[in-house]
Design a protein around this ligand. Structure first.
Ligand SMILES: Nc1ncnc2c1ncn2[C@@H]1O[C@H](COP(=O)(O)OP(=O)(O)OP(=O)(O)O)[C@@H](O)[C@H]1O
Length: 268
């Protein structure tokens, strides 16, 4: 569904990402992990056209939008048609002056919906993420962090994307709300078959939700494996150490249970 070959990013002569290749199938979850500064967010930015990147090739074939195929230098600031992005800090991601319902509705501005259709779409999206319709009139400063992150998820969902990029979507939330939002994300994926690409520091989260794991280090790929293989038999010593460190901190069980859901990771 999304296949990237040989992506590179250089800024002011410095290599930020080098020779990045991976693919992810429709309805599956790719978690991108790695230490701070390894290039995870830069990879999301490059895939969304926000950093100047060189692509050996990129092919994105969503179910409900035109395919995108490109190679060479790309900077398409509107991102990939058929995809949306949920950021790490929901308060910073939302316009502080706009009620949540308006921010959510802006996501489908280009569809030229009537006022009634727009209201219905926003209400549906709010209920999809388990928020009351009354919250549509509140501004970001008038809701909790968890509610704001759900609103960001609703803003992505209202456009019915085939692919959602998430940059550390749970890190601004407390543990209980993290669990609730993660469960909502999972339910949405099961219902709509949406593909998720999620940047996370949390290997425990990746162990529970990922089909595939991509580990970056110094802008290069350190591992690109199905989640099952990654946690059983990581590709490099560095990844073994990452897994060990997560276990020692108590964030990862000794035995990673098989992922609940549509089945074993499908390779592409
Ligand atoms: N626009 C930019 N100009 C120059 N350097 C940049 C730019 N964006 C990112 N970098 C550099 O690229 C490297 C990777 O940064 P990036 O934010 O992608 O890392 P990360 O893995 O997401 O880190 P973290 O987990 O801390 O968010 C860093 O050394 C960063 O300073």
């Amino acid at each position: 569904m999304l296949r990237v070959e040989n992506l590179g990013v250089r800024i002011h002569g410095e290599t930020i990402l080098d020779a990045i290749s991976f693919c992810v199938q429709q309805g599956q979850t790719l978690c991108i992990a790695g230490e701070s500064g390894s290039g995870k967010s830069s990879l999301l930015r490059a895939l969304n056209g926000l950093l100047p990147a060189e692509f050996g090739s990129l092919a994105f074939h969503p179910k409900s939008s035109e395919p995108t195929e490109l190679e060479g230098r790309w900077r398409g600031v509107r991102g990939l048609p058929g995809s949306r992005w949920v950021m790490q800090d929901p308060i910073a991601a939302l316009n502080p002056k706009l009620p949540l319902g308006v921010s959510i509705g802006e996501s489908v501005f280009s569809k030229n919906l009537s006022a009634t259709e727009l209201n219905d779409a926003v209400s549906d999206a709010l209920s999809e993420v388990e928020l009351l319709p009354e919250l549509a009139v509140r501004r970001p400063s008038e809701v909790s962090m968890g509610q704001a992150q759900r609103a960001c998820l609703a803003r992505a969902l209202v456009a019915r994307p085939d692919l959602i990029f998430f940059d550390e979507p749970l890190s601004a939330l407390d543990a209980i709300v993290q669990k609730q939002v993660a469960a909502t994300m999972r339910r949405i994926q099961m219902r709509y078959g949406t593909t998720f690409i999620i940047v996370t520091h949390d290997l425990g989260f990746a162990a529970t939700y990922a089909d595939h794991v991509l580990v970056l280090r110094n802008g290069k790929i350190e591992a690109n494996q199905s989640a099952g293989n990654f946690f059983r038999s990581p590709e490099s010593r560095y990844c073994e150490e990452l897994i060990l460190a997560a276990r020692e901190l108590g964030g990862l069980p000794e035995v990673v249970p098989a992922k609940q859901g549509p089945g074993e990771a499908r390779s592409c």
